[in-house]
Ligand binder design. Sequence first.
Ligand code: HEM
Length: 386
Amino acid sequence: MTTASPDGLLTLPSEFWDPDTAPFFDDEKQTWNVFNYEDVMRVLTDKDMFSQAYGDPDVHPNFAVMWCADDPRHKDLRTIASEPFRQSVLRELTPTIEAVLNDLIDEILAAGTDSFEMTSQLSYRLPNRVICHIMGVDMADDVRFAAWLKEAFSAATISGMPPQPDMVRYFSDLLEERRKNPQNGLVDELIAAQRSGYQVAGEPLSDRDLIGYLWGLLSAGTDTTSASIGNMFLFLTEYGNLDEVRDDRALVNSAVEETLRWYPAFPSNPAVALADVSFGDCTVSAGQTVTAWMSAANRDPSRFEDPNVFDIRRNPNRHLTFGWGSRHCLGAPLARLELRIALEVVRDRLPGLRWDKEKPFTRTLGIVNHIDEAHLVFDRASAGNR
Ligand code: HEM
């Protein structure tokens, strides 16, 4: 077990990790901020009091994303495909995820050194390539996806991300192509729903909705998972837990959960108050934005024993990193699987893994907290083949 207070690994200002931070209004961002578990849970789950339709609809003129909509639109957009990451789909994805990781490690080993840059050589490429596979497109398109995502995230604000004309065209062409040459995957399931007359809030399912669905998976699933994989290797190597998770699947799973609790890659979530609402002594007026900080709620001592201890055996671990309730992260089972497999494959093939602090370490703090650059070293002499 490791006792650690917010330190160099965490980088967000300390109030955003502290459930005792009193609610406050941020003039610059024009939002209230709430921090303890109960308040955060309330914002995430009380649909009568909080709306997610906070985005500026003109920000996305060409597509609609589910998380910027309320019911019935939200529910209809979320359920176009029948649970895209149900257990049977994940079972089929497992060998692909392992193969992608093994390819990436082969590339690292082929470079002939005993170190690698984690984000560009491993953690960013894995989720991007997995999304390519899920959409049934060439894995080499991960490079294009990465460029669009970078552009989108760098221009993102609290009300949304800017349109990406090339990306919209790409997904539009993909739908067209798959209508002519069907396969048997998620994109085909979306097209089949449209053909069967599926309705979104009483309107026929449009290409705009389908493009939004695909963009949603890409933008919600790549940066978050990449950051979480990176966090996992930094925390487990820095806090000395990597050897403990050898040969114990249950411990691997709880180490993944603790990584997610410890540093939510998507640390906060905004909503709009539908009526006046109080948090402690503060009153939020109807129409104002409230940002719920999962990063702080995950350290609330009323829910987590010794919350500032990084404990890979923590159980239960009801963290809010994937949100909660009807908006709970659609890709959570996939993200968990990617983290678990990444941990097992890297642990087995790159022994002696540790963080090289002599080399640069940079994070970008934004809607998603990225790791831009972090270097890991391993024992080359005992590095394993597949
Ligand atoms: C560790 C990685 C991830 C984290 C930390 C994360 C976090 C979250 C959170 C907090 C929400 C809820 C936002 C809200 O309450 O409005 C969410 C929603 C969502 N996530 Fe994830 N996510 C991750 C990975 C993924 C992956 C891999 C995918 C898909 C490939 C994905 C797709 C989605 C979608 C589509 C939603 C919207 C759900 C809805 O509005 O009903 N996420 N995610």
